[in-house]
Write a protein that binds this ligand. Structure first.
Ligand code: PA5
Length: 397
């Protein structure tokens, strides 16, 4: 269940003015076409690839200790988001899932290579282009280690490649060596790819029900996502240039990182866009709460809450900790509203596959809609190549 509240902590907004625009955006999304395949869940993954993911992930769960997922940006955050949200805080599950290739930390890779030494390991390298700096370096180092540890036959089940259907160095590697492989659909960009094999394989390895995730995505009421996109747009035009994605359950930390990428890369271009930021509450209320309440008035919030009954009580209060968390969520929103910081509320009733699938599709729809409202292309990221070119130039010296 996904419930929204765009009234209690939001001042009146005239969303009627957007009627025409939204009709056009709906038509664009429904028509499909360039980079829009994520909007049709059937185009995210074929039934045969879904079955293949289930078979391979079962084999990985039963036969390996360490599953290394190499990727960055859209080839990393979606899987990390769902796995962190649904895994227990403290119980170690088998296999251990470790992400790599999302930094240039030599220390991390050195320690990982050491850690792999005595562990039965399977690697999933994910890169649509196959050329991204961080995962390329990580894969090179880890692949060398795998070749040291295992013979060619063994590698045929231990190196799994997720990449472009036709092009690139990783597709060639998969073809040349008969490594199992999956496709990143051509018409789906990285940050919209969590419900493709990019996200679904690692998520399935973590023991999470990917059918339910996809089912959740299919249940979204798009009209609510359009309404949220309109309210963000109005707030932006009123000078609110920072959106704080506020959450009260730390398991959502990486989901919010995924959201930040989704909105940041989709909308931040042509000198326009809302800067996505995040607040891990109540922790961050004790470090940034002062700014939210009284600092430069550029912020609005989108609270992602979980409205469920709790059972654990301390001796201090007659409320469960969940209840206290919900009281905090509401009273903080009221206090912020008093200071002119408005909040959208998007609430689920529990952290599960269906609700997370809904949230993914809901926010993807809202992010793309927001970009259309700003008159920018939702699916490119020209700004990212600027720094990449400079790094490449230095590396060629
Ligand atoms: O959303 C995007 O397109 C990017 O964040 C990419 O996912 C990221 O740069 C990784 O690209 P690739 O999968 O080509 O390695």
């Amino acid at each position: 269940m996904l419930k929204t509240d765009f009234k209690t902590y939001i001042k009146d907004k005239n969303i009627e003015l957007y009627k025409e625009k939204i009709i056009n955006i709906k038509n664009t999304l429904n028509a499909g076409g360039e980079m829009l395949d994520w909007y049709d869940i059937d185009k995210c993954i074929s039934q045969s690839d879904l079955n293949k993911i289930k078979d391979i992930s079962k084999d990985i769960q039963e036969n390996c200790e360490l599953f290394i997922v190499i990727g960055i940006g859209g080839s990393f955050l979606g899987a990390k988001a769902i796995i962190s949200a649904l895994n227990p805080y403290f119980k170690n599950k088998k296999p251990e899932i470790i992400f790599a290739g999302n930094s240039l930390s030599e220390t991390y890779l050195t320690e990982l290579i050491e850690y792999m030494e005595d562990k039965d390991t399977i690697v999933n390298v994910i890169s649509k282009s196959g050329t991204t700096l961080e995962p390329s370096i990580a894969f090179d180092i880890i692949y060398n280690k795998m070749q040291e540890k295992y013979n060619q036959d063994e590698l045929k089940r231990r190196i799994i490649i997720t990449t472009d259907p036709e092009k690139g160095i990783l597709r060639k590697l998969a073809n040349d060596n008969n490594y199992p492989s999956f496709i990143v659909p051509e018409q789906i960009g990285g940050r919209y790819s969590v419900l493709t094999a990019v996200g679904l394989l690692p998520i399935a390895v973590a023991g999470i029900d990917i059918d339910k995730l996809l089912l959740g995505a299919r249940q979204v009421n798009n009209d609510s996502a359009f309404e949220y996109a309109i309210i963000r747009d109005i707030l932006y035009r009123q000078g609110k240039t920072v959106e704080l994605f506020t959450f009260y359950e730390p398991k959502l930390e990486y989901f919010i990182e995924w959201l930040k990428q989704l909105f940041g890369e989709t909308q931040g271009k042509d000198k326009k866009g809302i800067l996505p930021s995040s607040s891990n509450n109540t922790r961050d209320l004790h470090s940034l709460g002062q700014f939210y309440q009284e600092g430069t008035p550029i912020i609005f919030e989108t609270i992602i809450g979980i409205d469920k009954k709790g059972t654990l009580k301390s001796n201090l209060y007659n409320y469960s900790i969940e209840d206290i968390n919900m009281i905090a969520l509401k009273q903080v929103a009221y206090a912020h509203l008093d200071a002119g910081v408005e909040s959208n509320v998007i609430m689920i009733d529990k952290l599960d596959e269906i609700n997370l699938g809904m949230l993914i599709y809901y926010f993807e729809t809202a992010a793309a809609t927001g970009a259309y409202l700003l008159d920018v292309n939702p699916f490119d990221q020209p700004g990212v190549s600027a720094y990449k070119k400079l790094i490449e130039k230095e590396l060629k010296k």
